[in-house]
Design a protein around this ligand. Structure first.
Ligand code: DAH
Length: 339
């Protein structure tokens, strides 16, 4: 009988299994209630006294061999399962990758940049925290100039020289200080004004500034450039330059686009006039050129500034400017298919 047990020990040690079910069958065969071990334990009382010791040891060895085998096989199979879990079923279709969407402000900004780079403008940027010189003084707005009140400025704490720029015209100054004509640049960016927040206005918004300086630049060049711009962006080529006043341009004008009066929304957008104001423009005031060390006898140029937020709202039927800064995913997701 002892020889039979030794055979079983060898068999148990050599046993291998591919599935949990095979391991379980093995366990029942050896260690189950009616399994081999219990049978041998029951046999114990019938074993002759002088053989009891050897028999007992052999049965215990068999028990240990069977238990060890069950444990190691279980562990092996479980760790294999884990590996399978990491890679999953390789024949399954892939998980969809959730693509983000560009912000409508970026979409429109990039469109405008494209339109102007096609006619040779580069892109320049300046800081949002500005000093008085670049935001006001160099732009022909000296201290106590009444036109400073046109823009409700956020000052940085107690220092009146440090402020949040109220327009991207400050970048004009920075660009001209560093570059000599010919200059063709557009400067997109965020600007700040201390205004009550409503569906139509916010205390921060976005502008694109344009600047063109060269010899013999005329008002006709300005008009032609703006007409090209509105045609490209809105598909509308009829514009009107309405006389206005900005300290940094002379003469100055508001840019109106003829939107038409075909639909109800045209009436609403243009307040029944058919015309829509999109920004300001003019011939750069010689004082501004001189402030930036550009010879105003040799060079002239034009500048313009348009609001990005209003254009984005128009092009994408957004009825509340606050949506542009609330980061509501339900709003942002709607721009997934845009450029
Ligand atoms: N900076 C002006 C504003 O924020 C817009 C503007 C008007 C910019 C005329 C210009 C310009 O460059 O020539 O209201």
């Amino acid at each position: 009988m002892i020889d039979k047990i030794k055979e079983l020990i060898a068999e148990a040690e050599a046993f291998t299994a591919q599935t949990k079910e095979e391991v379980e069958a093995f366990r029942i065969q050896y260690l189950g209630k009616k399994g081999l071990l219990n049978q041998y334990f029951a046999e114990f009382k019938n074993v002759a006294n002088e053989q009891k010791k050897e028999f007992g040891q052999a049965v215990n060895t068999l028990k240990k061999a069977a238990e060890d085998k069950v444990n190691t096989l279980k562990e092996e199979l479980e760790s294999k399962e884990e590996v399978k879990g990491v890679y999953g079923d390789l024949s399954r279709p892939g998980e969809p990758v959730n693509l983000g969407a560009r912000h409508p402000i970026s979409i429109v900004k990039n469109q405008i940049i494209d339109i102007f780079s096609n006619i040779g403008f580069n892109v320049s940027e300046g800081p949002e925290i500005e000093d008085d010189w670049h935001n006001f003084t160099a732009l022909n707005l000296p201290e106590y100039h009444p036109a400073r009140d046109m823009q409700d400025t956020f000052f940085i704490q107690t220092n009146p020289d440090v402020l949040l720029r109220t327009h991207t015209s400050s970048v004009q100054v920075r660009y001209m200080e560093k570059n000599q004509p010919p200059i063709r640049t557009i400067s997109p960016g965020r600007v700040y004004r201390n205004e009550a927040i409503s569906a139509r206005s916010h205390c921060f918004f976005h502008q694109i500034e344009g600047l063109y300086i060269d010899k013999e630049v005329s008002f006709a060049d300005l008009k032609q450039t703006l007409q090209y711009f509105t045609t490209q962006l809105f598909g509308k080529s009829k514009i009107r330059l309405r006389p206005s006043y900005f300290p940094f341009t002379e003469p100055s004008a508001e840019i109106d686009v003829y939107w038409g009066l075909e639909t109800e929304s045209d009436y609403r957008i243009t307040k029944g006039t058919g015309w829509l104001e999109i920004g300001g423009c003019g011939m750069v005031d010689p004082n501004v050129l001189e402030n930036c060390k550009i010879d105003s006898k040799e060079y002239s140029g034009f500048a313009f500034g348009v609001g990005i937020d209003r254009i984005a709202m128009l092009l994408h039927q957004i009825n509340d400017i606050r949506l542009l800064s609330e980061n509501d995913v339900r709003f942002l997701e709607q721009f997934k298919s845009a450029l």
